[in-house]
Design a protein around this ligand. Structure first.
Ligand code: BGC
Length: 534
């Protein structure tokens, strides 16, 4: 390690993380603001595409003179406008993994905000399909940068006991973003000028500016500095994050553990080419829970499963679904209610994710969701036209959303931030995030064909599909999700090596990497720590 820093290492597993001040918590919590970005950006477009002024701009038609039934956005344009963002986010999040390793987590997020603002400016300037699509593609790259790296950054700076709750704060911000988008769309939908769509689009610049300025003031992740062999800077930022002096024993011990874990991982990491280093994310056996391959599959599949729960069916197509039920007076209001349930139930996870753990809430959450989904499907096919039956369906859709918001919504993001070892962490989180966007896009593209009245016309039967997919989520969580609560990221690494997902919850840390790597003099073991020159 350059600089020959003196680190005080420990062999006491309870002392591998420094105590944290309130100010330090607030610092970590700010990063969750990035969720507003994610939520708002995926939420605003569905409302905009329903606005008369926007339809006129994109199609060139005049509502008053167009023949009956023709004043609509053609499906291919709708699909292009919606999915081009996910295409951008998909590639953006993959590229961001590399940038975060080369230039730092913080810089990559700020860069994401700048790219995003450029994309938004193009969209504001647009008065036709071409520039709008180009703008959404560029903005998508920015969202990809931000959505992948915020999770990485937050997981790396958060104190272990509240890491789950803090990352759940990110999910909370996603839900607020979705709600804000619905409200802004609602407010401008009847404007008979370009403000109807330009205002919802332009507002996004504000979220990007707040995030970029905030991150400019926040410290870089100490784990990035350890990765780039700069232990002095790592000590400095850790001190800021924990609100303790850099030379305090606690900061030194936490740092020693991060350094020791990194060195331990590096011993197993081959020196290789750029492509080889990507391939390293897929190395190892499928049957070994701690292999890189298993972790990459776990991270990408948990995000796929999160999309399989069907939640975005309610958020993207809820209005149309409720309208097609025929008995609903104000489908927009019902959509607003589901969005509100989403916002209000997410904070439950701040407590449950730390109290019961990631694995537990994912198992129970999938069980709760699948029961609700099958009830909605059964009620829908047996008595779908009856007012009371429709009310019951809406109630169960709301309970289903509450289950999602308090379990799989935050849970999937928490898990991907925790399961990767440092050498492949940024790429692993990036791949996992891109899987979220890929499946988000696939579901957005195929769902209209399943439920469209002129296509599959499944109606409430579509909930049999979501219920069955949620059953897969339950089985998946039971067999494959490890318990990571309360452990440092370095302890998670060790736990994965020593347990299987089903036995993981019982695992307790028993030694430190610092001790195993010889950073601790065993004669001084009773004293708990010793200075070690690295
Ligand atoms: C999901 C999004 C979803 C949102 C709803 C997120 O965790 O990744 O696809 O729209 O939750 O709150």
């Amino acid at each position: 390690m350059p600089g020959g820093a003196i680190l005080s290492a420990t062999n006491d597993v309870s002392r591998v993380e420094a105590p944290v001040t309130i100010k330090a918590y607030l610092l970590c919590a700010f990063a969750s603001f990035g969720g507003i970005f994610f939520g708002y950006d995926s939420g605003y477009i569905s409302g905009v595409m329903g606005m008369d002024y926007f339809i006129a701009v994109i199609t060139g038609l005049d509502k008053d003179t167009a023949p009956e039934g023709t004043f609509v956005l053609p499906s291919w344009k709708m699909s292009l406008i919606t999915s081009i963002l996910s295409a951008g986010t998909f590639f953006g999040s993959i590229i961001a993994g590399d940038l975060a390793d080369w230039y730092g987590r913080r810089v990559t997020i700020i860069l994401g905000c700048i790219v995003f603002i450029i994309g938004v400016v193009l969209q504001i300037a647009s008065a036709g399909l071409g520039l709008l699509v180009a703008g959404r593609l560029i903005a998508g790259f920015g969202v990809g940068f931000v959505s992948a790296i915020i999770i990485l950054y937050m997981s790396e700076i958060a104190p272990r006991k509240f890491r789950g709750a803090l990352v759940s704060g990110y999910q909370f911000c996603i839900t607020i973003g979705l709600l804000l988008a619905a409200c802004v769309d609602y407010g401008t939908q009847h404007y008979n000028n370009s403000g109807s769509y330009r205002i919802p689009i332009a507002l996004q610049v504000l979220w990007a500016l707040i995030l970029a300025i905030g991150l400019f003031l926040l410290p870089e992740s100490p784990r990035f500095f350890v990765r780039t062999d700069n232990s002095e800077k790592a000590a400095k930022v850790l001190a800021r994050l924990r609100g303790q002096p850099a030379d305090s024993e606690y900061i030194q011990q936490e740092l020693a553990e991060i350094v020791a874990n990194h060195e331990y991982e590096l011993q197993a990491t081959p020196k290789t080419t750029y492509i080889g280093s990507w391939l390293y994310c897929f190395k190892g056996s499928l049957f070994e829970p701690s292999s890189n391959l298993r972790r990459t599959i776990l991270g990408t599949s948990i995000q796929m499963m999160q999309q399989w729960t069907g939640v975005n069916f309610v958020f993207y197509f809820g209005t149309t679904f409720f309208k097609d039920l025929g008995t609903i007076q104000n489908p927009f209001l019902i959509s607003l209610i589901t969005t509100l349930v989403n916002v209000c139930s997410t904070p439950i996870s701040f407590w449950t994710v730390e109290r019961f753990g990631r694995r537990t809430i994912l198992i129970y959450g999938a069980a709760g969701m699948l029961v609700c989904e099958f009830i909605v499907a059964i009620v829908g096919v047996t008595d779908g036209q009856n007012q009371n039956a429709v009310r019951a369906m809406i109630a169960f859709i709301c309970i289903y959303i509450a289950f999602f918001a308090s379990t799989w919504g935050p849970g999937a993001w928490v898990v991907i931030g925790e399961i990767y070892p440092l050498p492949i962490r940024s790429r692993g989180v990036a791949l996992s995030t891109s899987s979220n966007w890929l499946w988000n896009c696939i579901i957005a593209v195929i769902t209209p064909y399943m439920v469209g009245t002129d296509k599959g016309n499944l109606g409430a039967k579509v909930f049999f599909i979501w219920g069955s997919l949620c059953t897969c989520c339950l089985v998946y969580a039971y067999f494959l999700i490890p318990e990571t609560k309360g452990l440092t990221l370095e302890q998670v690494d060790r736990m994965l090596e020593e347990t299987t997902p089903r036995t993981s919850a019982k695992w307790v840390p028993h030694s430190t990497f610092a001790a195993d790597m010889g950073f601790v003099d065993n004669d001084a073991a009773e004293k708990g720590s010793i200075e070690h020159k690295v």
